[in-house]
Design a protein around this ligand. Structure first.
Ligand SMILES: [Zn+2]
Length: 395
């Protein structure tokens, strides 16, 4: 290692040359795996992964037009780094949330229905090899971790971050893993919905929220307000429904104190079965991401947005100045009055094929390490993007 004194470039007083020499020294001090990528890349201390469930390219476009009357008006559409993430499971083209999210958070593609286990799993009957999640890596390294979901906290997308199961429907098995982390002390802040159904499944195996909370000294609160009132430092909230914005900002308040940094994962449902609800959720999620961006330092924080899979939504008509979702209310009323749950929804400007679809989804990124999001890639690459942002190796 050259010393500053013996480096000849440091002896002439040209600022540019000494600046370059300083950069070289800094580069030499970086571990080799970072050099292989690019040495000057800023390291992330914190990573926030935003997952809009089922939001494909067309959903982002639709949300912008629905929310603002023009394309390209979403805040995240201004983020500088863009890639297209391929979501298929190992044996099919179309992914569900279980495989889609497992692939993103473990770097291993698996089978639909399987939660963060390898493709050697057989759904519902045989466990596969547990795949270590990015949250487990963060826990192992002493970071603080958080998971927020608009959906059941035991549903596939949030579950993939903290649990391993051969079947996404096993909510009791999934939820109880909150109390038996494989690394660190497990998820530090968890706020989600699904209280009734998780409670039912827990009762089916002879336990419940109160029993689990008492056994492990970590009460399971029924609302965020209850957790805040109790002053929980590691709040665990399973509510009937949550306010995602409020939950995310509360989680951030706790995580941002972490000396070693943090990982926060936020899921907001954007399925467009109900096209107005799905697009509005995405508009609201986008506003939340803008708000979160204001609260973090992009020099040490990576913000990643992606989806676990796409959805059959097409904008195939409409005019500027007219509402995109013309005819929605009439469709909604007709649907409420009928028993039929049709697969195709034909509105004047929008066609919804109410199913997951196989094409790549958008990944947008900003902040430390965001430059690694570019081009087409399998969704497993996003696991590597997060590891690389922190400068970690998988094992
Ligand atoms: Zn999904």
């Amino acid at each position: 290692m050259p010393t500053t004194q013996k480096d000849p470039s440091m002896h002439n007083n040209k600022p540019l040359r000494s600046l370059l020499a300083g950069a070289l020294l800094a580069a030499l001090a970086m571990p080799r795996f970072a050099m292989a990528d690019d040495a000057s890349a800023p390291r992330a201390k914190n990573v926030i992964l935003f997952v809009a469930d089922a939001a494909g390219v067309s959903a982002l476009h639709g949300a912008s037009v629905h929310g603002y009357g023009e394309p390209l008006k979403l805040h995240i559409q201004g983020w500088p780094h863009l890639g297209l993430s391929e979501t298929s499971p190992v044996d099919k083209w179309v992914s569900d949330s279980a495989n889609g999210m497992s692939s993103v958070v473990t770097g291993i593609k698996t089978r639909n229905g399987v939660i963060s286990q390898g493709p050697d799993a057989i759904r519902g009957s045989r466990d596969g090899t547990p795949a270590k999640t990015i949250l487990e890596h963060a826990e192992e390294r002493g970071l603080r971790t958080g998971v927020v979901s608009s959906q059941s906290i035991a549903d596939a997308t949030p579950a993939a971050t903290y649990a391993h199961s051969n079947d996404r429907r096993k909510w009791a098995e999934i939820f109880t893993q909150v109390f038996a982390p494989r690394y660190g002390d497990g998820v530090d802040v968890m706020i989600g919905a699904g209280r009734a159904k998780i409670g039912e499944q827990l009762a089916g195996v002879g336990t419940g929220f109160d029993t689990l909370g008492a056994t492990h000294g970590r009460p399971v609160r029924a609302s965020l307000a209850e957790a805040m009132q109790a002053g929980d430092v590691r709040p665990l909230v399973v509510a009937d429904s949550i306010d995602v914005r409020q939950a995310t900002l509360a989680a951030l308040d706790i995580l941002q104190d972490a000396p070693e940094g943090y990982l926060l994962v936020v899921e907001w449902d954007a399925h467009t079965d109900d096209v107005r609800k799905g697009l509005q959720n995405l508009v609201d999620f986008d506003r939340l991401m803008a708000e979160v961006e204001q609260r973090v330092d992009l020099d040490d924080t990576l913000l990643l947005f992606t989806a676990d899979h796409s959805f059959g939504l097409q904008v195939d008509g409409g005019e500027r100045g007219q509402p995109l979702l013309e005819g929605f209310d009439a469709w909604k009323q007709a649907q409420a009055a009928s028993d039929a749950d049709e697969d195709l929804v034909r509105l004047p400007n929008v066609l919804v094929n109410r199913t997951h679809t196989a094409e790549e989804v958008v990944t947008l990124a900003t902040g430390a390490g965001a430059h690694r999001v570019r081009g087409y890639f399998p969704n497993t690459h996003l696991f590597q993007v997060m590891l690389d942002a922190w400068g970690w190796t998988a094992e």
